[in-house]
Design a protein around this ligand. Sequence first.
Ligand code: F0G
Length: 377
Amino acid sequence: MLMNATRSKVERGRGVIEHYREYLPVCESTPIVSLGEGDTPFIYSSRLSKRIGRGCDVFVKNEGANPTCSFKDRGMTLAVSKAMERGASALICASTGNTSASAAAYAARAGISCVVVLPAGKIASGKLLQAFAYGAKIVAIHGNFDDALRIVCELGERGDFIVVNSINPDRIAGQKTAAFEIVDALGDAPDFHLLPLGNAGNITAYWTGYREYQSRQRTCPERQSNGSTKLPAMIGFQAAGAAPIFHDRIIEKPETIASAIRIGNPASWKQARVAIAESAGAVDIVSDEEIVAAQIWLARHEGILVEPASAAAIAGFFKCCDSKEAAYSFKEIPEGSRIVCTVTGHGLKDPDVIMQRMGKVGPVAARVNDVRRAIGL
Ligand code: F0G
């Protein structure tokens, strides 16, 4: 009994590579660089479920609960482990913030150096702080994420660095474990999966994960209790001012308050299109106002604080429920459907957006009566 309890404690937080080893390109000699990523909260939301009605169940997959507070850690553990296997001594990435925070942390864990190339003035303060604290070399450029990625790819080709953006297939392979966790939690795949779209690596990873888990389970007896009988429709949301996939054209000057998805030319554009087409899903846009409203709604109604890019999935959910213009309407959705919304990053990474709304909290005298008055009693 004691042994079991001890073992389960050790196994919690062992990381996605140990958990899903048979689905990942690792072998006995791969040095595993992990911070205990994955196994993130999968939260049933009665309020979002009620919003659709029709006996539907809505779940929020909270990826902000990863070690560096975003979904990037799932891919980074594998990308950095494989880089170490290949004898790398330095990593490099372009980023809107979260990839750089994650790369910097895993590089520190591995004992190698990390360079992050970022669009100057466009990185949320919490993410920049993370990259600095983990010891990365930070280079800010006069340009956007798309420019940064172009430069990083060129530097990667010269062989000095391993690029750990999602163009690195190990990143996608690690990130697909989020789909595995969802199928394991539900006992099947959901009917719909909603998520924000930026560089389009995550939608590519989820779709790979859902497809692979379904086909492998059929041939893998020990996993059959969790067999997925279906695949979800993948529905991705871009910010209205940074929506190249929705408009089907490169956006030269993407703009949105959701700085993590301020991207005009996504690297995995083609793969995202395939995921949406094969899954009979959709791509849609949400405005900055809708994003901020959804962020506040989720914090105040479910106690889940996410960054603006993540709130795009929730804003998108509301659009599917309420708007006639939605690319995918939930009005006639089959009864009892199961919907998963992935929220990708923690709200504390980007405090500025919320601080602006907060105003000043002026102090009152340290007396019960003054505090009562301040409360409004
Ligand atoms: N949500 C957050 C919080 C992100 O940081 C990102 C991407 C996305 C959603 C979009 O995911 O790119 O896989 O479609 N952030 C990258 C970065 C670009 O550099 O941190 P995607």
